[in-house]
Design a binder for this molecule. Structure first.
Ligand SMILES: [Zn+2]
Length: 477
């Protein structure tokens, strides 16, 4: 097989001898010829001259991973984390991220120029933006954000987090959904699905019942029924408004059951879970270093989430990266005082590969959920999310057998802990090619950052037919 786009000059790079994992196509032995930051040629034993060669014999080559769900600038400045956290990302095989921007009060027009500049000047990875919508003014400006910055996705919190983000009420949610829907069928309304009143009561009760406690108790502050109930509300309001709902960070089997029931009834929406939920459970010995909202839950939930990933009722896998230092995470402050959030961009792909294979999920499905699926939903496919002639040359070369113990200092982000700290994971990237350049190699950064912000254009409505066949919609209970 040789696909060609009429070579005009020598290739910049040939990746030789690897086994490519191409979502929707399969596993193919092929060289990859790269020119001008794009895939220019695919075929076995490419004989074209090239400036550089990378030998991937015995390795698999995946499309660069797209983590659709990260937060930057929570702890240090946005500019600083745009560099440090994307450095960790690219070392871990992630080449594009979706960033949930936060402005609790101001118009995003006040901040978008600097957010964008940071991604163009400091980031190792490409990026799309999902502004988090809190105010009426921001709702009114949604069409302007789309027009001026090519933004096609927005996020709403049905339950906020004290001191971090605010909740929106159902009327604001409906207005927001209507404004998102007005952009076109491809526009996406992302929702943090938890019913705020249920969370508030559960938290207060837990504080009385368990002034001190363990990581396992944290689940009681964020009961799964709050997730399940709010997914139903969000689905209903999204249907009324005609908006495409994207449920972020699904964490529970009760939530998954609501998802499956809605899919059975024909609802078209997208569901995401995160590698920390798939890899870590509430019995974890790292204790409050793993505290998150929603929480990591019991192994029973975890097994259900893996089934969802396998059978297609969960479409995408991201990280919810919210980097913190140990000094502000404050695990010593216990059940109520320690803070949610952790840096997980650098462990995203190894955790997916390690725990996914343990759970019996085929490699092709793991890769699809972390590349093509989110790229399609967020309107950047086939530029991203595949390996094809004309696509961006964002690739990750993986040694599926390489085992490493996770240590925060090796991840090279700003954080001095990882929730996966001390775990031995099998399957690590050994090189990341971003925009046609080898940027990371054998755990080291070897080229300057070359990430760009990606404005998006209107496109088709996300469709369930895009994803792997949904094999089963059996309810867990
Ligand atoms: Zn998040």
């Amino acid at each position: 097989m040789t696909q060609s786009s009429k070579p005009t000059s020598p290739l910049d790079l040939i990746v030789r001898g690897g086994k490519l994992v191409i979502p929707g196509v399969g596993q193919i032995k092929s060289d990859i010829g790269i020119r001008g930051g794009k895939v220019a040629l695919l075929g076995q034993d490419l004989a074209e001259p090239a400036a550089e060669y990378y030998d991937a014999t015995g390795r698999v080559v995946l499309p660069g991973i797209f983590d659709p769900h990260t937060h930057l600038g929570n702890e240090r400045s946005y500019e600083s984390e745009a560099e440090t956290e994307t450095r960790a990302a690219v070392l871990g095989g992630v080449t594009t991220i979706g960033i949930f921007l936060r402005s609790l009060e101001d118009s995003y027009f006040d901040h978008l120029p600097s957010f964008r500049r940071a991604m163009d000047q400091h980031s190792y990875v490409d990026s799309v933006f999902h502004p988090q919508i809190f105010t009426e003014q921001q709702i009114d400006e949604i069409p302007g954000y789309a027009e001026e910055y090519g933004i096609r996705s927005f996020k709403f919190y049905m339950s906020g987090m004290p001191g971090i983000v605010k909740s929106v009420t159902d009327d604001v949610l409906l207005e927001g959904f209507r404004r998102v829907a007005s952009l076109g069928p491809d526009a996406v309304a992302c929702v943090h699905c938890e019913t705020g009143a249920l969370i508030d009561r559960a938290r207060s009760q837990l504080a009385v019942r368990k002034p001190e406690g363990t990581l396992a108790d944290w689940e009681d502050a964020h009961p799964a029924i709050a997730e399940a109930l709010s997914i139903q509300t969000a689905l209903y309001l999204a249907k009324v408004a005609g908006a495409h709902l994207y449920v972020v960070h699904l964490s529970s089997w009760q939530g998954l059951d609501v998802v499956r029931a809605a899919r059975r009834a024909g609802a078209n929406f997208t569901v995401e879970t995160m590698t920390p939920y798939l890899g870590i459970n509430s019995l974890d010995t790292n204790g409050f270093l793993v505290k998150m909202v929603p929480p990591v839950r019991t192994p029973e939930h975890q097994a259900a989430l893996w089934k969802g990933v396998l059978d297609g009722s969960i479409n995408t896998v991201g990280t919810d990266n919210t980097s913190r230092a140990r000094s502000t995470k404050r695990p010593e402050a216990g059940l109520h005082g320690s803070r949610p959030g952790y840096a997980v961009l650098g462990t995203h792909l190894p955790a997916l590969l390690h725990y996914g294979r343990e759970a019996g999920v085929p490699l092709d499905i793991l890769v699809e959920r972390a590349t093509r699926a989110p790229a399609r939903v967020y309107g950047i496919y086939p530029q991203k999310g595949t390996i094809a002639v004309g696509s961006d040359a964002d690739l990750v070369v993986v040694d599926l057998e390489l085992e490493r113990v996770v240590r925060a200092e090796d991840l090279q982000g700003m954080s001095d802990f990882s929730p996966f700290e001390g775990k031995r994971l099998r399957g690590w990237p050994i090189a990341t090619i971003k925009g046609g350049k080898i940027v990371a190699r054998d755990g080291k950064i070897v080229a300057p950052a070359n990430g760009r912000y990606l404005p998006r254009r209107p496109g088709p409505a996300p469709s369930l037919e895009w994803f792997d066949r949904v094999r089963s919609l059996e309810l867990v209970r």
